[in-house]
Design a protein around this ligand. Structure first.
Ligand SMILES: [Zn+2]
Length: 126
């Protein structure tokens, strides 16, 4: 008698786990931050989206930046040199890694783009 082997669902290995960020507080400075796993590494990012000036400042300070999409599930993704060279993502926001004592709430660092930028007076496309 031949029994067919059923493929067993295996969970993803721990080093591949990427999770959606959850709101938490920093132990040291008690500020609100987002914490998640990106490919198994625990990251903490500031919830305030930043612009290119702030991203450049963060990179000079040695702080990494992460990109979260506005479409679909907001999985954070580390921004590499190619992402940084291409500028801000069209449908995503850039968040710096949490650094105690550093505030990105200044208007010159804030990403002030609208979520879906469209022209209200544009003619109907169809
Ligand atoms: Zn902190």
């Amino acid at each position: 008698m031949v029994t067919s082997k059923k493929k067993r669902e295996r969970p993803a290995p721990r080093y591949l786990v990427t999770t959606i960020p959850k709101v938490s507080r920093c132990i040291k400075c008690r500020r609100v931050m987002l914490s998640a796993y990106v490919f198994g590494d625990r990251i903490t990012i500031d919830p305030q989206p930043v612009n290119l000036r702030a991203e450049a400042m963060a990179l000079i300070m040695g702080i990494g930046t992460y990109e979260m999409s506005l479409i679909g599930k907001p999985y954070p993704r580390h921004r590499n040199k190619f992402d940084i060279r291409d500028g801000l993502p069209s449908y995503g926001r850039v968040h710096p890694q949490h650094c105690c004592g550093m505030q990105w709430t200044d208007p010159q660092y804030r990403d002030s783009r609208k979520i879906f930028d469209y022209d209200k007076n544009a003619p109907c496309p169809f």
